[in-house]
Design a binder for this molecule. Structure first.
Ligand code: FES
Length: 149
């Protein structure tokens, strides 16, 4: 029996166990959807020539930016950018999914609770991440309305 390969296998098992424990713990705190969106965010980045943009810095110091392309009254494209934590990234990503291809009026009604619900919930200490996303989106929509007024 090759002792070194047995040790490698044992080490691999220990690493797997630690990884499982971390994921289990993360699963207890954050929903699967939050982890999924944070690890694989959609529509992320700054859009070079948006029709409208909005940006908010929350009380925690994190900033969220939204960039929108509007066709007719519909959001044909949207991107977000944030310097915030994983849950903030998850909220930004989910917000873009919720409003892409929706009318501006409908998008204007999206609340932080809608974003949190779409992510299957968020721990108490991260509820403000949903608010930051909702506020930044509403800021962009407000800018759009002002520009057209
Ligand atoms: Fe600042 Fe999430 S920690 S918005």
């Amino acid at each position: 029996m090759d002792l070194s390969s047995e040790k490698d296998a044992e080490f691999g098992r220990v690493v797997d166990e630690i990884q499982d424990a971390i994921e289990r713990e993360a699963g207890i705190i954050y929903s699967k959807k939050v982890i999924q969106e944070a690890n694989n965010p959609q529509n992320v980045g700054r859009m070079p020539k948006p029709d409208i943009a909005g940006e908010i810095t929350g009380p925690c110091g994190d900033t969220m930016e939204f960039y929108l392309k509007i066709e007719g009254d519909k959001i044909s494209d949207i991107k977000f950018y944030t310097d915030g934590c994983g849950p903030t990234i998850a909220c930004g990503s989910m917000t873009t999914k919720l409003v892409k291809d929706k009318g501006i009026e409908e998008a204007g009604k999206i609340t932080s609770q809608d974003i949190i619900d779409a992510l299957d919930g968020m721990p108490e200490e991260n509820l403000h991440c949903g608010k930051l996303a909702a506020d930044a989106l509403q800021k962009a929509i407000e800018n759009y309305r002002e520009e057209r007024a």
